[in-house]
Design a protein around this ligand. Structure first.
Ligand SMILES: [Zn+2]
Ligand SMILES: [Zn+2]
Length: 239
């Protein structure tokens, strides 16, 4: 049954008008994973999944545009729906930072180089070039592979996730004229990274509100050397 990606939110750093922050559903190997839970994404998650159908949650790092909605998820699942605790995988420190009922999650600490099996899906982690400990991820199921950069500056590359990525989902916070102003990637740098990794396909995400989508796509395509898609809420890709 391969691997699929559904975009729940893709606004970078803070929510845009009517747009949720980074969040994705990754499905494969018989499990449904909620990957990052940025502000606004819990509302969109429920357009695609009952809360009880989330098998595990994975959070890349402790910035609010990637984790904040696990708090509302915990309230809903624990107090109102009275669901059993959900496994959550996150870097050290997030557990202490989040507000929420302690019994909502089963916590699993992850770090650079870890690999975990969740159902029939393998998830590998690589620490990126970003402020707090931030983990990029590689998902493998049924011979298909998806790489997700999380947030990163140019000191890390998708190459660190290994060869054979069918799809790279890479942050592209801004355009090349702002390179170096924050610990993030431009669309050009996302294209370079995906090309170096030999990715079969590139979707750019985490564009900050106001950054032009067409300019980002064109810049990424020039560097990647092939067509590039810009993430939109509700986009679903089957690999
Ligand atoms: Zn971010
Ligand atoms: Zn961040």
């Amino acid at each position: 049954m391969g691997l699929s990606l559904t975009v729940l939110g893709c606004s970078g750093s803070y929510p845009g008008p009517g747009q949720a922050c980074s969040s994705y559903l990754v499905e494969g190997g018989g499990v449904r994973l909620w990957v990052d839970a940025g502000s606004g994404s819990l509302a969109n998650l429920q357009l695609h999944s009952d809360l009880s159908a989330v098998d595990a949650v994975i959070i890349s790092h402790e910035h609010p545009d990637h984790y904040q909605d696990i708090e509302g998820f915990a309230v809903g699942c624990h107090y109102l729906l009275r669901l059993p605790p959900v496994p959550i995988y996150a870097p050290a420190g997030l557990r202490e930072r989040m507000w929420g009922p302690p019994g909502a999650f089963i916590w699993n600490e992850i770090s650079d180089g870890d690999r975990v099996m969740i159902g029939g899906l393998t998830v590998g982690f690589s620490r990126t070039d970003h402020g707090p400990e931030t983990l990029a991820m590689r998902f493998d199921s049924d011979g298909r592979a998806l790489g997700y950069s999380a947030d990163s500056g140019p000191g890390w590359s998708l190459e660190a996730l290994g060869e054979g990525l069918d799809l790279a989902l890479c942050e592209a916070t801004y355009l090349a004229d702002r390179e170096g102003t924050l610990q993030h990637l431009s669309a050009r740098q996302a294209g370079v990274s995906a090309r170096s990794a030999g990715a079969g396909r590139l979707v750019i995400t985490h564009l900050q509100p106001g950054v032009d989508r067409d300019s980002s796509r064109i810049e990424a395509e020039a560097a990647f050397g092939a067509p590039v898609e810009v993430a939109t809420e509700g986009m679903r890709i089957e690999l």
